[in-house]
Design a binder for this molecule. Structure first.
Ligand code: DHB
Length: 315
């Protein structure tokens, strides 16, 4: 009998939507223009996630507005995007790539969310990711840190969409805040969680130039990359524990290797998104992560994504 080689299954399912591979771009990373979105379609990304779309097209904040360093990145892009009407028109052709399309939506005020969600839902993306955590618009606090506002937005979106939707949350740093948001999600359910957005309003300094490294907001911006992985893992685990796995989680934050993907799965993520590593390495990052995750699975005897989700051991 020929010996069988075990090929690990890297596919996953979120809210009833099947992903051929469990990793994809994080919203914001190489996903603003039609060309970028089509390139994601041709790549081995497991999905196409759009840049967070606003009501009107936006050019975003002045440059430099993204800076990468050894252990991470900082950005204050200011939501540059084509506006939701343009993405609504693009979605049908993006779906032809044969992988899920996730529309990320962002409002500058609470009522923007249902307006954008209602229209984008008709364009039939596979999932809608409601971004409650953009840290970079001067004068606009992150909605995810206001629990009452978050609940209102979720209810308003639920009333107008007929697609599964989830929320992208900011990192929380205290169990009381995880409990407060879990209470919101108990009362106003969503179909998935994307955890986490960047660690907002960090400051990176170049000591040589004695200067900030990005121009907007006096140098303050959202932190991403390797240095935020433990914060991401903690938030994934906290919400996995709160719902015992009943709300699927997309892990985001600090993934640069197959082992990092594996850690996100153990904490409770069913899929992952790649931000800084995609910005720095480009689309080939997906091939590398796929190979590395398959190697980790094979070495550890896991047959696929589902068998690893939430399996973190406590001491
Ligand atoms: C931007 C940054 C974010 O972290 C986000 O969630 C949405 C938008 C930005 O600055 O464009």
């Amino acid at each position: 009998m020929a010996s069988q080689t075990l090929v690990p299954d890297l596919s996953t399912t979120i809210a009833g939507v099947r992903f051929p591979l469990c990793f994809m771009n994080a919203s914001g990373a190489r996903c603003v223009t039609r060309a970028e979105l089509e390139a994601l379609g041709r790549s081995t990304s497991g999905a196409i996630v759009t840049k967070s779309m606003t009501r009107e097209p936006r050019v975003g904040n002045p440059e430099p507005r993204y800076f990468a360093f050894a252990d991470g990145s900082i950005n204050s892009m200011g939501l540059p995007n084509l506006g939701y009407h343009a993405y609504a028109e693009l979605i049908p052709s993006l779906k032809a790539f044969g992988k899920p399309v996730i529309a990320s939506i962002a409002g500058l005020c609470e009522d923007d969310f249902p307006d954008i969600a209602g229209t984008i839902s008709k364009a039939a993306p596979d999932l809608i990711e409601v971004n409650l955590s953009c840290p970079n618009i001067p004068g606009k606090p992150q909605i995810g840190y206001d629990f009452d506002a978050s609940e209102r937005v979720i209810r308003k979106v639920r009333a107008v969409v007929d697609r599964p939707f989830g929320v992208k949350l900011p990192p929380y740093f205290d169990p009381a805040h995880h409990a407060a948001m879990a209470g919101v999600l108990q009362r106003a359910p969503v179909d998935f969680l994307s955890l986490i957005n960047s660690v907002g309003n960090a400051l990176v300094i170049d000591p040589e130039r004695e200067s900030v490294v990005i121009k907007p907001k006096g140098g303050f911006g959202g932190l991403g990359g390797a240095m935020i992985k433990p914060v991401a893992l903690a938030n994934i685990r906290a919400f996995w524990n709160a719902f015992q796995g009943r709300i699927p989680i997309i892990g985001v934050g600090g993934i640069g290797s197959g082992t990092d993907v594996f850690e996100h799965l153990l904490a409770g993520a069913s899929a992952v998104q790649i931000g800084t590593a995609l910005m720095e390495e480009g689309l080939p990052v997906f091939d590398r992560l796929g190979q590395e995750l398959a190697t980790v699975f094979a070495k550890k005897g896991y047959h696929g994504v589902e068998s690893a989700v939430g399996r973190l051991k406590e001491l």
